[in-house]
Design a binder for this molecule. Structure first.
Ligand code: PLP
Length: 337
């Protein structure tokens, strides 16, 4: 099977596994796992942040960030397609007791002007706006990226209103590689960033939350409360270190491959439109003889897995385990439909 369902389906490479096996480990709840300490330090430094916190999932790093930035009764501003709202089980309400102000962005990308309009006035009727959360790249937006200038404009709005600014960076390296950005600049704009290691970077587990020393100290306490304090998890952190060292630049290949697939799909009469490809995600709107689900079923019979996200939209995600040979096979199969 050639698996385009998600960039989370990757297998650790033999080199990554060997590196994991040789990792020094200790009890991380005591702060004594050298590999986790190194991963947290390396990730924070990359983004120009003071400190990092290794967690089992990106859901946990996002939820810890929201918990740390807010008090119950506050409000969080985000795009309506955001992972924190759509795919984290209502965690904003459940874990933090916060309400949400959903904005309608362009493919998950918000402007400073929209955010300004979403901030509640000082009024006893209204929840207190406390946090803005952005997503780069936007998953439901088909891998769309922010322009860094927009981040700076948004930062001006959040600073002048005393709001926290969080980034769900599940695919932040896809954005950084695509836009040829310096990761260290992100630390100048965001108060916290969640960085996934288990998406396109190909680690089996884990995300790192980065921020200031005080922020991460508080988040570390909440991580224990959430049940995310792990012990000799340095074996997993080592996979993250390996991924940060070896799997970032290669993301450009995923982006090229995604573009090639989208150009081939565009030629088919059952493809009505495609969100223009920026990074590793292709979302096509299907019509005519197929629904998204029946196209996914037809592809599955021929050994290709993709996800029908809605009745009309199918998604293909490129990652470490999709080779150019796989892409060529996929194009042949699509052309046979
Ligand atoms: C995958 C993802 C996450 C985190 O997911 P986990 O499966 O909990 O690691 C967060 N945000 C976005 C945009 C994602 O795509």
């Amino acid at each position: 099977m050639i698996d385009y369902r998600s960039d989370t389906v990757t297998q650790p490479t033999p080199e990554m596994l060997a590196f994991m096996q040789s990792a020094p480990v200790g009890d991380d709840v005591f702060g004594e796992d050298p590999s986790i300490n190194a991963l947290e330090r390396i990730t924070a430094a990359k983004f120009g942040m003071e400190a990092g916190l290794f967690c089992p999932s990106g859901t946990m790093t996002n939820q810890l960030a929201i918990k740390t930035h807010t008090q119950a009764g506050d409000e969080v501003i985000c795009d309506r397609l955001s992972h924190i709202y759509q795919y984290e089980g209502g965690g904003i309400a459940f874990n933090s007791g916060c309400s949400v102000q959903l904005l309608e962005g362009n493919r998950g990308i918000l402007t400073a002007h929209q955010i300004l309009g979403g901030i509640n006035a000082e009024d006893v009727h209204k929840p207190i706006t406390r946090l803005v959360s952005l997503e780069n790249t936007s998953n439901r937006g088909g891998g769309a990226c922010y322009n860094f200038e927009t981040f700076k404009q948004i930062k001006e709005v959040t600073s002048s209103h005393g709001l926290g600014l969080h980034l769900d960076g599940a695919r932040i390296f896809n954005a950084i590689v695509h836009k040829k950005e310096a990761p260290v600049l992100y630390g100048q704009v965001f108060d916290s960033i969640s960085v996934c290691l288990s998406k396109g970077l190909g680690a089996p587990v884990g995300s790192v939350l980065v921020g200031s020393h005080t922020f991460i100290k508080k988040a570390r306490r909440w991580r224990k409360v959430f049940g995310g304090g792990m012990r000799q998890a340095g074996y997993l952190a080592a996979a993250g270190i390996y991924a940060l060292e070896h799997h970032i630049e290669r993301l450009a290949q995923d982006h090229t491959n995604a573009l090639v697939l989208s150009e081939e799909l565009a030629k088919k009469d059952f493809v009505e439109s495609i969100l223009s490809v920026e990074t590793n995600i292709v979302i096509a709107t299907i019509g005519g003889k197929y629904s998204a689900a029946s196209l996914a079923a037809a592809l599955k019979e021929k050994g290709i897995l993709a996800i029908a996200m809605t009745p009309t939209q199918i998604r293909f995600v490129f990652h470490l385990d999709i080779t150019e040979d796989h892409l060529a096979q996929t194009i042949d199969i699509i052309n046979s439909l």
